[in-house]
Ligand binder design. Structure first.
Ligand code: HEC
Length: 114
C-alpha cells in the first residue's frame, strides 16, 4: 500500500513539474523594420480584354506584371494560362481559356502568326 501511494505521489509530482529549463534567450535583438513599396501605377486598359485579365489574373499578379510580359503568340499564351491553372491552381475554368488567351493577344497586339 505504501509503495502504491508513493508511486502515485511521484507520478502526480511528475505531471505538475515545471519545465526542465527556461527557453534559451534570443541572442540578437529584433528591430522593427519598415519598407516603402513603389506605388502601382500600371493599370490594365478599361476594355473587354483588360476586364477579362483583371478577373482571371490579378488575384496573383499586378497589372504591371501582366503588361510587361514579352509578346507571345496565342499558343504560347495558351500554355501559360494552362500552367497557371494546373501548376499554380489559378481558379480558371478550361472553358474560359480561349477568351483569356484572346484577351492576352489583344492586350499585346500580337497575332498567332508571330
Ligand atoms: C493563383 C495564382 C495565380 C493566378 C490567378 C495566375 N497566376 Fe500566373 N503565376 C503564378 C505563380 C505562382 C507564378 C510563378 C511565379 C514565379 O515563378 O516566381 C506565375 C507565373 C506567371 C508568369 C511567368 C511565366 C511563367 O510561366 O511562370 C506569367 C507570364 C503569368 N504567371 C501569367 C498569368 C496570367 C496571364 C494569368 C491570368 C490568366 C495568371 N498568370 C494567373 C500564379 C498565378
Amino acid at each position: 500500500m505504501r509503495v502504491a501511494i508513493l508511486t502515485a505521489t511521484v507520478l502526480l509530482a511528475g505531471c505538475s513539474a515545471e519545465p526542465d529549463a527556461p527557453l534559451a534567450k534570443p541572442t540578437g535583438a529584433f528591430q522593427p523594420v519598415s519598407i516603402t513599396l513603389p506605388a502601382e501605377t500600371a493599370a490594365l486598359p478599361d476594355t473587354p480584354a483588360g476586364t477579362t485579365l483583371s478577373q482571371h489574373c490579378t488575384a496573383c499578379h499586378s497589372p504591371d506584371f501582366l503588361t510587361r510580359q514579352p509578346p507571345l503568340t496565342a499558343d504560347k499564351w495558351q500554355a501559360t494560362v494552362t500552367k497557371m491553372r494546373e501548376a499554380y491552381h489559378a481558379p480558371i475554368s478550361p472553358a474560359d481559356e480561349p477568351a483569356i488567351v484572346a484577351a492576352l493577344v489583344t492586350l499585346q497586339g500580337t497575332t498567332s502568326a508571330r
